[in-house]
Design a protein around this ligand. Sequence first.
Ligand code: BTN
Length: 245
Amino acid sequence: MKESLLEARRIMIGKTILKFDTLDSTNEYIKKHALEFDQGTIVVAKVQTKGKGQYGNTWESPVGNLYFSILLRTKLSRESIFSYIMKTSISLVKLLSNHNVTATIKYPNDILINNKKISGILIESIGYEHLDAMVLGIGININQDHFNNLNYRATSMKLETNQITDIDSILEDFIRIYNHLDVSIDVHKQYLNSSILLNRSINYKGKEHIIKSINKQGDIVLECMGKLLTVRYDELPVESFYQFS
Ligand code: BTN
């Protein structure tokens, strides 16, 4: 097994958990304090005033949901980053399934229920000299029942189950599931099993291709007339598969 996958399994998270009522962004807080914090430190906030999403978007962060970030001191390669994306995504799917909510993975790292987003992951690298590290920021919609002006459809555990869920217990569950993902489980296979992208057809360079797989580096494997080719995420219009509106 590749070193990056083994490493993603070895790092235990949540030995130190720092809890705040309000922060601008838990990712920003970890980035500012990365040199002081240990491997696997988690920072959690009840509210974020400047919650960040992917592609420079804002992550709406009112009280009632879970917002947390994890510090990972690790080699920063595409493969190691994708191994954390896979592990985090399947931990989130398992967590939701423990609460009777069936979730799928929207490649690369959104978690959906019936095509509505319930959780997102924002990975940022940390650029100190002599520090190879990244921040894994996770937002899970828990008790929110109204979403304003999003450019995608969103849901929450409350909307799916009609129940109010204790936010601290969700964080504890996440840490337990993440830390105990068994070494014998094939993280890559589980990620593929929960991914909604496979076997869809897509137009690439004017020809129809079938999405056969996502490899361990996070690239997409296409097939066209019996030939396989591998393309990077940003070369394909995968967003067109996800009808959010
Ligand atoms: C996405 O756009 O899907 C990623 C959302 C990530 C949100 C989380 S909430 C905790 C952490 N702090 C942030 O500012 N963003 C991430």
